[in-house]
Design a binder for this molecule. Structure first.
Ligand SMILES: [Zn+2]
Length: 538
């Protein structure tokens, strides 16, 4: 083929890097720009920094593969992958990572064909085929190999230096960005599918498949006696709510006005297993107590045991997933629904989980353990967690950069998130009261961990447990139990009300739920069942 253009290889990698950074990455840049608003001053610097970091990352990767004979075919593959990735991210808003690529690699041709449409072909032509055609019509000048290698290493070192310099100079900003918007990196094509493919190959070809250790293989449930209604237990896994700001737990402000009017049982001395979602959520559903808990990613959870005993389980998520806890039970992710009543900018208020729930329950047959995983008080953008009518404490900190806000405005925004959780829980209780004709109903709410709101200059959470301030581990925990549910499980509610003043923790969840649902298994430890002493057969 006759070449029309001729380019030095370094210049070609620079053009290609610019092309990748600037094309097909609307999702990535959109989310970054939204995070760094308002677009002025320091935020503009950060956008510039992100641009130079992504450009240098691509420059580094492209120079790594800029080898005669190999470069053109590899770059063509990356261009086509880039076009497809851009289409799926922009059309469906999906993140591209190992799990996503696993679906791609393990799909069958019929399924794959169903995804093909004109828009996808358009993307493949404009972002994939067209630049590939130009690439194949371009003569690439590599120069003599010694000088070429020197230039290549030089440009790669320079790219790394720019990335390192930015990381050093903007360390605080990047740390906060990745803590809050870490998933956004999976929107940056082509780095996302290159990394994801490598991760997939590593995971499936080089790692031994992890065996999931079974728990409670002998789990059995005594069938409910005749005349009894099915049981409906709703577990609400809270997010970042701390007892210190919870009205029911004695906070100076009434942040739980609706729960205060309901006949709930409050546990003022509850503590969490971890200080971050990734530890606390699997730990609370694990049979292990906190001091024994390391990771339960390869162990079955409470949900597996309950399901095995014959009780249906459903996990509804408005957070970032269940961290392995719900992998083998039915799940619904509602966190990126488009419902205009509850959702905006790709995020939803927790009430989205209650949308259509009464119809769902009306259709359901038999018992149900329903888990609702809240977005709760997740920071630092507390002000985004609640609808406007819950902005009762003002002024509120209206940025995710807490350092820029007064202590008072941070606390106000956080307290409003608790007000909203109070409303959310009260709505669940109302819904369960309405379902009493069909079910014996109960709700158990517990937060996954607490939060630091600037005390001793600590913000957010995730401190190592041994050093964590109490605000990060002292959590709110509330139960509402209908008379029907109490009668069916032979539970004395006034006894439980007394017992509720004792210290409890995430360690109790696994064993208490098995106990109250009357599930017998060798995995059950009666001493951790907080209902046991208050049950007639206990
Ligand atoms: Zn959490």
């Amino acid at each position: 083929m006759k070449s029309h253009f001729s380019l030095g290889v370094i210049r070609l990698t620079l053009i290609a890097a610019l092309f990748f950074v600037l094309s097909g990455n609307q999702q990535f840049w959109g989310q970054c720009l939204a995070f760094f608003t308002p677009l002025q001053g320091h935020n503009l610097l950060l956008i510039g920094s992100l641009f130079s970091v992504t450009l240098c990352l691509m420059l580094f990767l492209l120079n790594l593969i800029a080898i005669p004979r190999l470069f053109r075919p590899l770059l063509t593959l990356i261009l086509l992958g880039h076009a497809a990735a851009a289409y799926f991210m922009n059309s469906y808003g999906i993140l591209i990572d190992r799990d996503m690529l696993q679906n791609v690699f393990e799909t069958n041709p019929a399924e794959a064909f169903e995804l093909v449409n004109l828009k996808l072909i358009g993307y493949l032509l404009v972002l994939g085929a067209l630049p590939s055609a130009l690439l194949w019509r371009t003569e690439i000048r590599y120069g003599n190999w010694g000088a070429a290698l020197g230039r290549k290493l030089g440009i790669m070192a320079l790219a790394l230096a720019v990335i390192g310099g930015n990381a050093w100079f903007f360390y605080q900003d990047y740390a906060s960005f990745f803590r809050n918007k870490g998933e956004v990196r999976r929107f940056f094509t082509p780095a996302n599918f290159i990394y994801g493919s490598g991760d997939y190959v590593h995971h499936h070809w080089f790692l031994k498949p992890m065996r999931i250790e079974a728990v409670g293989l002998d789990a059995k449930r005594q069938s409910p006696g005749t005349g009894n209604k099915p049981m409906l237990l709703v577990l609400v896994v809270g997010e970042t709510a701390r007892a210190a700001n919870f009205g029911l737990d004695g906070y100076g402000r009434q942040t739980t006005p609706q729960l205060a009017k309901l006949d709930v049982i409050n546990f003022p001395q509850a503590s969490s297993c971890g200080t971050a979602t990734a530890t606390s959520v699997p730990c609370m559903f694990s049979p292990m107590a906190r001091r024994d808990y390391k990771t339960s990613q390869h162990q079955e959870s409470l949900l597996d045991v309950v399901q095995r005993a014959g009780m249906p389980v459903l996990w509804k998520d408005n957070n970032s997933g269940c961290k392995g806890t719900c992998n083998r039970v039915p799940t619904e992710d509602v966190s990126s629904q488009k419902d205009p009543r509850w959702c905006r900018d790709g995020e939803c208020f927790d009430e989205v989980m209650l949308e259509g729930l009464d119809q769902q329950l009306a259709k359901h047959q038999g018992d149900l353990l329903l888990v609702l995983h809240q977005k709760g008080s997740h920071g630092p953008a507390y002000y985004l967690r609640y609808p406007n009518e819950f902005a009762r404490f003002t002024p509120v900190c209206q940025t995710n950069k807490l350092q820029d806000c007064s202590q008072e405005s941070i606390t106000n925004a956080y307290d409003n998130t608790i007000l909203y959780t109070d409303h959310f829980l009260a709505r669940i209780v109302t819904l369960l009261q309405q379902q009493q004709g069909r079910y014996n109903t109960a709700m158990w709410y517990m937060s996954d961990h607490g939060e630091s709101l600037g005390e001793n200059n600590l913000y957010l959470h995730g401190a190592p447990y041994a050093f964590a301030p109490e605000t990060q581990t002292h959590i709110p925990m509330v139960q509402w139990i209908s008379d029907g549910f109490a009668a069916q499980s032979k539970l004395d509610l006034s006894c439980l009300r007394q017992a509720a003043n004792q210290p409890v923790s995430h360690d109790n969840l696994f064993h208490s739920v098995l106990g109250i649902l009357d599930i017998q298994t060798s995995a059950y430890q009666p001493e951790l069942d907080l209902f046991k002493a208050c049950r007639a057969n206990g």
